[in-house]
Design a protein around this ligand. Structure first.
Ligand SMILES: C[S@@+](CC[C@H](N)C(=O)[O-])C[C@H]1O[C@@H](n2cnc3c(N)ncnc32)[C@H](O)[C@@H]1O
Length: 249
Protein backbone atom coordinates (compact mmCIF):
# COMPACT_ATOMS: atom_id res chain seq x y z
CA UNK A 1 0.00 0.00 0.00
CA UNK A 2 1.44 3.40 -0.90
CA UNK A 3 1.50 6.35 1.45
CA UNK A 4 0.52 9.21 -0.88
CA UNK A 5 0.96 11.88 1.79
CA UNK A 6 4.73 11.56 1.44
CA UNK A 7 4.48 13.56 -1.79
CA UNK A 8 3.26 16.51 0.28
CA UNK A 9 6.19 16.61 2.64
CA UNK A 10 9.11 15.08 0.77
CA UNK A 11 10.64 18.58 0.77
CA UNK A 12 10.42 18.68 4.59
CA UNK A 13 12.20 15.31 4.80
CA UNK A 14 14.88 16.34 2.32
CA UNK A 15 15.51 19.69 4.06
CA UNK A 16 15.64 18.40 7.65
CA UNK A 17 17.19 14.93 7.36
CA UNK A 18 19.34 14.57 4.24
CA UNK A 19 22.39 15.92 2.49
CA UNK A 20 24.49 15.83 5.66
CA UNK A 21 22.30 18.02 7.89
CA UNK A 22 21.15 15.28 10.30
CA UNK A 23 23.81 13.96 12.72
CA UNK A 24 21.87 10.74 13.26
CA UNK A 25 22.31 9.86 9.58
CA UNK A 26 25.86 11.16 9.27
CA UNK A 27 27.24 9.75 12.52
CA UNK A 28 25.12 6.66 13.02
CA UNK A 29 22.68 5.35 10.41
CA UNK A 30 24.93 5.52 7.35
CA UNK A 31 28.01 4.12 9.17
CA UNK A 32 25.89 1.26 10.58
CA UNK A 33 24.46 0.55 7.13
CA UNK A 34 27.94 0.35 5.58
CA UNK A 35 29.26 -1.79 8.44
CA UNK A 36 26.46 -4.34 8.19
CA UNK A 37 26.34 -4.33 4.38
CA UNK A 38 29.92 -5.57 4.56
CA UNK A 39 30.51 -4.84 0.88
CA UNK A 40 27.62 -7.03 -0.38
CA UNK A 41 27.26 -6.51 -4.11
CA UNK A 42 23.63 -6.23 -5.24
CA UNK A 43 21.68 -4.03 -2.82
CA UNK A 44 18.02 -2.98 -2.82
CA UNK A 45 17.07 0.07 -0.71
CA UNK A 46 13.32 -0.07 -0.05
CA UNK A 47 11.70 3.28 0.77
CA UNK A 48 14.87 4.94 -0.42
CA UNK A 49 13.54 8.50 -0.14
CA UNK A 50 15.98 10.91 -1.78
CA UNK A 51 18.57 8.13 -1.77
CA UNK A 52 21.04 9.07 0.96
CA UNK A 53 21.58 5.49 2.19
CA UNK A 54 21.54 4.14 -1.37
CA UNK A 55 24.24 6.64 -2.42
CA UNK A 56 26.43 5.70 0.54
CA UNK A 57 26.12 2.01 -0.35
CA UNK A 58 26.99 2.77 -3.98
CA UNK A 59 30.01 4.82 -2.85
CA UNK A 60 31.05 1.74 -0.88
CA UNK A 61 31.14 -0.29 -4.10
CA UNK A 62 27.68 -1.91 -4.18
CA UNK A 63 25.35 -1.96 -7.18
CA UNK A 64 22.24 -0.31 -5.74
CA UNK A 65 18.60 -0.03 -6.70
CA UNK A 66 16.49 2.42 -4.69
CA UNK A 67 12.74 1.89 -4.59
CA UNK A 68 10.07 4.30 -3.38
CA UNK A 69 6.45 5.06 -4.30
CA UNK A 70 6.84 8.82 -3.83
CA UNK A 71 7.63 10.70 -7.05
CA UNK A 72 8.84 13.76 -5.12
CA UNK A 73 11.47 11.59 -3.44
CA UNK A 74 12.85 9.54 -6.31
CA UNK A 75 12.94 12.53 -8.67
CA UNK A 76 15.29 14.25 -6.22
CA UNK A 77 17.18 10.99 -5.70
CA UNK A 78 17.82 10.74 -9.45
CA UNK A 79 19.00 14.37 -9.51
CA UNK A 80 21.41 13.77 -6.64
CA UNK A 81 22.98 10.92 -8.62
CA UNK A 82 25.87 9.05 -7.02
CA UNK A 83 25.37 5.68 -8.72
CA UNK A 84 22.06 4.04 -7.71
CA UNK A 85 19.22 3.49 -10.15
CA UNK A 86 15.66 4.09 -9.00
CA UNK A 87 12.25 2.53 -9.43
CA UNK A 88 8.84 3.82 -8.32
CA UNK A 89 6.96 1.08 -6.44
CA UNK A 90 5.63 0.07 -3.04
CA UNK A 91 7.23 -2.39 -0.65
CA UNK A 92 4.35 -4.88 -0.52
CA UNK A 93 4.53 -5.73 -4.24
CA UNK A 94 8.10 -5.49 -5.44
CA UNK A 95 8.52 -5.47 -9.24
CA UNK A 96 11.63 -7.59 -8.79
CA UNK A 97 12.59 -11.16 -9.63
CA UNK A 98 13.02 -13.77 -6.90
CA UNK A 99 16.49 -14.15 -5.36
CA UNK A 100 18.07 -11.14 -7.10
CA UNK A 101 19.71 -9.19 -4.23
CA UNK A 102 22.52 -9.89 -1.75
CA UNK A 103 21.18 -7.30 0.68
CA UNK A 104 18.04 -5.28 1.29
CA UNK A 105 17.95 -2.06 3.32
CA UNK A 106 14.71 -0.77 4.84
CA UNK A 107 15.50 2.44 6.72
CA UNK A 108 12.78 4.23 8.71
CA UNK A 109 10.02 3.02 6.38
CA UNK A 110 7.95 0.19 7.90
CA UNK A 111 6.77 2.39 10.79
CA UNK A 112 4.80 4.24 8.08
CA UNK A 113 3.48 1.12 6.32
CA UNK A 114 0.38 -0.95 7.13
CA UNK A 115 1.27 -4.06 5.14
CA UNK A 116 4.57 -4.75 6.82
CA UNK A 117 4.18 -8.56 6.99
CA UNK A 118 3.48 -8.74 3.25
CA UNK A 119 6.45 -6.44 2.74
CA UNK A 120 8.76 -8.66 4.79
CA UNK A 121 7.59 -11.64 2.71
CA UNK A 122 8.62 -9.64 -0.38
CA UNK A 123 12.02 -8.90 1.17
CA UNK A 124 12.53 -12.62 1.81
CA UNK A 125 11.48 -13.43 -1.75
CA UNK A 126 13.94 -11.06 -3.46
CA UNK A 127 16.93 -11.93 -1.23
CA UNK A 128 19.35 -14.57 -2.40
CA UNK A 129 20.01 -17.44 0.03
CA UNK A 130 22.53 -16.06 2.54
CA UNK A 131 21.38 -12.52 1.72
CA UNK A 132 20.96 -9.97 4.47
CA UNK A 133 18.25 -7.51 5.55
CA UNK A 134 19.20 -4.28 7.35
CA UNK A 135 16.00 -3.15 9.01
CA UNK A 136 16.21 0.29 10.67
CA UNK A 137 13.30 1.61 12.74
CA UNK A 138 12.57 4.52 14.96
CA UNK A 139 12.78 2.60 18.23
CA UNK A 140 9.21 1.48 19.07
CA UNK A 141 9.73 2.54 22.70
CA UNK A 142 10.49 6.09 21.66
CA UNK A 143 7.74 6.17 19.10
CA UNK A 144 4.93 4.88 21.35
CA UNK A 145 2.09 7.42 21.06
CA UNK A 146 1.87 9.86 23.97
CA UNK A 147 5.51 9.36 24.87
CA UNK A 148 7.75 12.35 25.40
CA UNK A 149 10.18 14.29 27.52
CA UNK A 150 8.81 15.32 30.90
CA UNK A 151 10.42 17.92 33.16
CA UNK A 152 8.88 17.62 36.64
CA UNK A 153 9.21 21.00 38.34
CA UNK A 154 7.52 19.71 41.51
CA UNK A 155 10.90 18.23 42.41
CA UNK A 156 13.94 20.34 43.31
CA UNK A 157 16.06 20.20 41.22
CA UNK A 158 13.53 19.38 38.48
CA UNK A 159 13.53 15.76 37.35
CA UNK A 160 13.69 15.07 33.63
CA UNK A 161 12.59 11.75 32.21
CA UNK A 162 11.16 10.10 29.10
CA UNK A 163 7.56 9.04 29.61
CA UNK A 164 6.53 5.91 27.70
CA UNK A 165 2.91 5.84 26.48
CA UNK A 166 0.85 2.62 26.09
CA UNK A 167 3.65 0.61 24.46
CA UNK A 168 1.74 -2.65 23.99
CA UNK A 169 -1.22 -1.00 22.25
CA UNK A 170 -0.85 -0.94 18.46
CA UNK A 171 -1.98 2.37 17.06
CA UNK A 172 -1.96 4.58 13.99
CA UNK A 173 -1.28 8.23 14.69
CA UNK A 174 -0.82 11.30 12.57
CA UNK A 175 1.77 13.55 14.17
CA UNK A 176 2.41 17.18 13.35
CA UNK A 177 6.19 16.88 13.26
CA UNK A 178 6.56 20.49 12.20
CA UNK A 179 4.03 23.23 11.49
CA UNK A 180 1.65 21.92 8.77
CA UNK A 181 3.68 18.71 8.26
CA UNK A 182 1.57 15.71 9.24
CA UNK A 183 3.24 12.30 9.18
CA UNK A 184 1.39 9.04 9.65
CA UNK A 185 3.02 6.51 12.01
CA UNK A 186 2.04 2.92 12.78
CA UNK A 187 3.13 1.94 16.28
CA UNK A 188 3.83 -1.74 16.91
CA UNK A 189 5.67 -3.32 19.82
CA UNK A 190 9.07 -4.77 19.00
CA UNK A 191 7.75 -8.35 19.19
CA UNK A 192 5.57 -7.74 16.13
CA UNK A 193 8.62 -6.88 14.08
CA UNK A 194 10.77 -9.73 15.36
CA UNK A 195 7.96 -12.24 14.83
CA UNK A 196 7.38 -10.75 11.38
CA UNK A 197 10.98 -11.57 10.50
CA UNK A 198 10.58 -15.11 11.82
CA UNK A 199 7.32 -15.63 9.91
CA UNK A 200 9.03 -14.44 6.72
CA UNK A 201 11.69 -17.13 7.22
CA UNK A 202 14.47 -14.68 8.07
CA UNK A 203 16.97 -15.33 10.87
CA UNK A 204 17.87 -12.52 13.23
CA UNK A 205 21.66 -12.28 13.46
CA UNK A 206 22.13 -8.94 15.24
CA UNK A 207 20.22 -6.18 17.02
CA UNK A 208 21.61 -2.71 17.70
CA UNK A 209 19.94 -0.03 19.84
CA UNK A 210 22.70 2.57 20.02
CA UNK A 211 22.71 5.67 22.17
CA UNK A 212 22.13 8.79 20.09
CA UNK A 213 25.39 10.01 18.52
CA UNK A 214 27.43 12.95 19.88
CA UNK A 215 26.13 15.43 17.29
CA UNK A 216 22.55 14.76 18.39
CA UNK A 217 23.34 14.78 22.12
CA UNK A 218 25.13 18.11 21.71
CA UNK A 219 21.79 19.70 20.80
CA UNK A 220 20.14 18.56 24.05
CA UNK A 221 19.71 21.15 26.78
CA UNK A 222 21.13 20.84 30.28
CA UNK A 223 18.19 18.91 31.74
CA UNK A 224 17.52 16.69 28.74
CA UNK A 225 21.13 15.67 28.35
CA UNK A 226 21.17 12.49 30.45
CA UNK A 227 17.72 11.33 29.31
CA UNK A 228 18.68 11.73 25.67
CA UNK A 229 21.81 9.65 26.21
CA UNK A 230 19.91 6.82 27.86
CA UNK A 231 16.78 6.64 25.67
CA UNK A 232 17.22 4.66 22.44
CA UNK A 233 15.95 6.45 19.35
CA UNK A 234 17.12 3.97 16.75
CA UNK A 235 16.75 0.23 16.35
CA UNK A 236 18.58 -1.91 13.80
CA UNK A 237 17.60 -5.52 13.22
CA UNK A 238 19.94 -7.49 10.97
CA UNK A 239 18.46 -10.71 9.58
CA UNK A 240 19.52 -13.21 6.96
CA UNK A 241 17.81 -15.57 4.55
CA UNK A 242 19.02 -19.10 5.29
CA UNK A 243 21.26 -20.70 2.70
CA UNK A 244 19.79 -23.60 0.77
CA UNK A 245 20.47 -27.06 2.15
CA UNK A 246 21.67 -29.59 -0.43
CA UNK A 247 18.69 -31.22 -2.07
CA UNK A 248 16.32 -28.27 -1.45
CA UNK A 249 15.21 -25.86 -4.17
C1 LIG B 1 11.32 8.54 6.67
S1 LIG B 1 11.54 8.40 4.94
C2 LIG B 1 13.05 7.43 4.87
C3 LIG B 1 13.76 7.58 3.55
C4 LIG B 1 15.09 6.82 3.43
N1 LIG B 1 14.92 5.40 3.69
C5 LIG B 1 16.14 7.37 4.35
O1 LIG B 1 16.44 6.71 5.36
O2 LIG B 1 16.64 8.48 4.08
C6 LIG B 1 10.27 7.19 4.57
C7 LIG B 1 10.16 6.82 3.10
O3 LIG B 1 9.28 5.71 3.00
C8 LIG B 1 8.59 5.80 1.78
N2 LIG B 1 7.40 4.95 1.82
C9 LIG B 1 6.19 5.23 2.35
N3 LIG B 1 5.33 4.24 2.11
C10 LIG B 1 6.02 3.29 1.42
C11 LIG B 1 5.67 2.03 0.85
N4 LIG B 1 4.43 1.52 1.00
N5 LIG B 1 6.63 1.35 0.18
C12 LIG B 1 7.89 1.83 0.06
N6 LIG B 1 8.26 3.04 0.56
C13 LIG B 1 7.34 3.75 1.23
C14 LIG B 1 8.28 7.29 1.67
O4 LIG B 1 7.96 7.68 0.36
C15 LIG B 1 9.57 7.90 2.21
O5 LIG B 1 10.45 8.21 1.17
Amino acid sequence: MSEPHWDDHADWWQREFTDGVDPEYVEQIIPLALEYLGGRRDVLDIGTGEGQVARAAAAGGSIVVGLDPTAAQIEVAATRGGGPSYVQATCDLLPILDRSFDAVIVCLVFEHVDAFEASLAEVARVLRPGGRLLFFLNHPLLQTPHSGMIIDHMIDPPETYWRIGPYLREAVTVEEVQKDVHVRFVHRPLGRYVNGLVDAGLQLVRMEEPAPPPGFIAKAGEYEHDVVQTTPRLLLLVAEKPTLRSGST
